[in-house]
Design a protein around this ligand. Structure first.
Ligand code: IPD
Ligand code: CA
Ligand code: CA
Length: 269
């Protein structure tokens, strides 16, 4: 992507994401209408929809030729990453939003011809904006994040994933994941995929595994993580498509092969 266009898009997206976050903070104690989607634990609120509507309206007005791939229905029917595609999750961590009123994020990944050009993850209540432009590094607010530490062994790694990996599930033999948990230094779960990927970019966790998540859950975060040297693949080690739900691993490159070969490949169903 041409640098001027990328800078222009970055400035607009940053302005909109900060504005959307400000609106959410202002309304955080207002009564919520909470609905469920695919199952009783899959929540959506009026705030998810209003936030997406705000972002969609601005994107479409300013960049009518760009496509929007988003969760709550204001986007396009996206079947390829040709052209410029915005992949947007208006609130990632809706359950945290509803129950904790914190630990949720707005996530935006902007791609051109399938290449991640701009990524944002906005921790709304903490007012922390993680951002990145391709080959220009990742930032936490205005501070550039350092590259990942040069070396890491799996025994000393801290990984993020949710507890479904350790219960019987359709993706992975849970006993294999239990072995992985015993091997590593620690595991963490936060309830927002986007935030976990931002934490990989920040170097405060060394990797993050997703089980069957949608493109909008991870699009912004994997662009951030790449800028500091983290790598993202599916559980076979192949590139993610960002067009359908997938299980993925984003991590420090030093532990990637060992996790994939010794654990994910062995336990995959
Ligand atoms: C959810 C969050 C959560 C993950 C869920 C996602 P949502 O997104 O990323 O961390 O475990 O599977 O659906 O629904 O809050 O946007
Ligand atoms: Ca999400
Ligand atoms: Ca969401």
């Amino acid at each position: 992507m041409d640098k001027n266009l990328r800078d222009d898009i970055f400035q607009h997206a940053k302005e909109w994401i900060l504005k959307a976050g400000e609106t959410i903070r202002t309304k955080i104690n207002d009564p919520l209408i909470i609905d469920t989607k695919s199952n009783p634990k899959d929540l959506v609120t009026t705030m998810d929809k209003e936030t997406e509507y705000f972002l969609a309206t601005n994107i479409k007005k300013t960049y009518p030729h760009h496509l929007l791939f988003s969760e709550e229905g204001y986007g396009d029917d996206v079947t390829s990453l040709d052209g410029v595609v915005w992949i947007v999750d208006p609130i990632d961590g809706t359950m945290n939003f509803v129950q904790q009123k914190r630990n949720f994020a707005i996530s935006i990944g902007i791609f051109q011809e399938g290449i991640g050009e701009i990524g944002f993850v906005y921790d709304v209540m903490a007012d922390i904006l993680y951002s990145a432009k391709r080959n220009e590094g990742a930032y936490k607010n205005n501070v550039k994040l350092p590259p990942l530490k040069p070396e890491l062994v799996l025994d000393e790694a801290m990984l993020g994933f949710n507890h479904h990996w350790l219960c019987e599930n359709s993706v992975m033999d849970e006993r294999t994941m239990q072995q992985l948990v015993k091997k590593i230094r620690g595991s963490r779960t936060y309830g927002s995929a986007a935030l976990k990927l931002a934490y990989v970019a920040e170097g405060i966790i060394d990797g993050y595994l997703t089980m069957n998540l949608a493109p909008w859950d991870i699009a912004g975060g994997i662009i951030l993580a790449k800028e500091v040297g983290a790598v993202t693949t599916n559980l076979d080690g192949a590139p993610v498509t960002l067009l359908t739900n997938e299980s993925t691993i984003t991590c420090h490159p030093a532990i990637q092969q060992e996790i994939i070969h010794d654990y994910l490949q062995k336990g995959k169903k």
